[in-house]
Design a protein around this ligand. Structure first.
Ligand code: S3P
Length: 431
């Protein structure tokens, strides 16, 4: 599907963004393996989170879905024992589904094969197979056990102490889920902090989990207790609208009910450091320890920024949005130590640089990063999403900020995380 985007005279409005993808995956999986029933309000309808529900249902989970008249999607998960399925599990485009489920399935008394689409089958799985194998797991994959499909033959696992070579919430979560069913204690040391939704949720469901700075330990302690939760709006989906509101010369946008977990707000802080006028209005109640806020963004003048190793894990999904903002910021911005971007749904260093170059940006690839010299305008062009949802959204928002007409090819990829994205873009252009 091709979509055409043009710069509107203004961008104004109050938007409610899609539910957080990372929290939705975890809430579904952890409740499916818990004792009791859970009511989950505002579950993500993204294709990725639907892949998680489909895999869990295939494994025997009992999940009811209900959409309210105001289009909120709620699910109810009843207690069930997950068990063997003769069919291949398909995680679609979702790395979180595949990696977290593998961590759980490694310890279960049955065998499974899990795969994904052509993008996911190219993404590195050695990073989970290696620690899980140290715990006693029996997992084999393509290309010398580095790629999906993965064949998982469930085993009794033993806890390990593991020093993670990369900061990754997916890898950390896979190990912690395996540790939940292993003999003894599992200790994970992270090189840098990554998003902590797994730790918060497992703790609130009664797991024996201890977080000490960058070290997380977990021990098996009976079944998790199901818990009700309302999923907040997705801060990563919000990042594109923060850029639209900041860069467009005539913008004022409010984003309601956005998740503001401290491990996810680095992008807001980075844009503010560049000069963005963003106001954060926190909600007073906590939702299973996941804070929520409203964000208001107004047209701003940005200056360049340089970011490196320490900040990358907290910004990992927001770098395409940050690169777009830097195209309009005064001065030269550099993003370094971001080699992990090469292992996302596309090689996001390459795809970000190639698509923004088409729009006339002064941008180039570094070995593990991106260098961008800001200028006042970009010019519409024909861009491709490369089948990557975040590149689809980056090019569409670039179209709202560029002169002329921008065509986004393979635009449907946005639904991997935000099925409402194009509706919002169409609404802005018709107002
Ligand atoms: C995610 C973790 C990140 C992120 C991905 C979602 C998660 O991946 O890029 O979109 O939900 O745990 P890594 O853990 O591989 O960095």
């Amino acid at each position: 599907m091709n979509k055409i985007v043009k710069k509107p005279r203004s961008i104004e409005g109050v938007f409610r963004l899609p539910p957080d993808k990372s929290i939705s995956h975890r809430v579904a999986l952890f409740n499916a393996i818990a004792g009791g029933s859970a009511q989950i309000f505002n579950y993500s309808t993204s294709l990725d989170c639907q892949s998680t529900l489909a895999c869990l249902t295939q494994l025997g989970a009992s999940i009811e879905s209900h959409t309210t008249p105001n289009q909120q999607h709620n699910i109810k998960i009843h207690q069930a024992v997950l068990n063997e399925t003769s069919k291949l599990l398909d995680a679609g485009n979702s790395g979180t589904t595949l990696r977290l489920l593998t961590g759980f399935l490694a310890s279960q008394p049955f065998s499974t094969t899990i795969t994904g689409d052509s993008s996911l089958r190219k993404r590195p799985m050695g990073r989970i197979i290696e620690p899980l194998t140290k715990m006693g797991a029996n997992i084999s994959g393509e290309s010398n056990n580095t790629l999906a499909p993965l064949n998982i033959s469930g085993q009794q696992l033993n806890g390990i102490e593991y020093y993670m070579p990369i900061a990754s919430a997916q890898v950390k979560s896979a190990i912690l889920l395996a540790g939940l069913f292993a003999n003894g204690k599992t200790i994970v040391h992270q090189p840098l902090a990554s998003r902590n939704h797994t730790e918060l949720l497992l703790a609130s469901m009664g797991a024996s989990i201890v977080v000490d700075d960058l070290t997380v330990s977990i021990e098996s302690k009976g079944k998790l207790q199901a818990c009700d939760i309302t999923i907040p709006g997705d801060i990563s989906a919000a990042s594109f609208w923060l850029v639209a509101g900041t860069i467009h010369p005539n913008a004022k946008i409010t984003l309601e009910g956005v998740g503001a977990n401290p491990s996810r707000i680095q992008f807001i802080e980075t844009l503010q450091a560049m000069g963005a006028r963003i106001t954060i209005n926190p909600y007073t109640h906590l939702n299973q320890q996941e804070p929520v806020c409203d964000l208001t963004i107004e047209s701003s003048e940005l200056h360049s920024i340089s970011i490196g190793r320490e900040l990358i894990p907290g910004l990992i999904d927001e770098i395409p949005a940050l690169a777009l903002a830097a195209c309009f910021a005064e001065g030269t911005s550099t993003i370094e130590d971001a080699g992990e971007l090469r292992f996302k749904e596309s090689d996001r260093i390459k795809t970000t640089v190639s698509e923004l170059s088409k729009l006339g940006a002064t941008i180039r690839e570094l070995p593990n990063g991106i260098k961008i010299s800001g200028k006042p305008t970009l010019d519409g062009a024909i861009c491709s999403s490369h089948g990557d949802h975040r590149i689809a959204m980056m090019t569409a928002i670039a179209g709202l900020l560029s002169s002329g007409e921008t065509i986004v090819q393979e635009a449907e990829s946005a639904s991997v995380s935000d099925p409402t994205f194009w509706h919002r873009i169409d609404e802005i252009q018709s107002s």
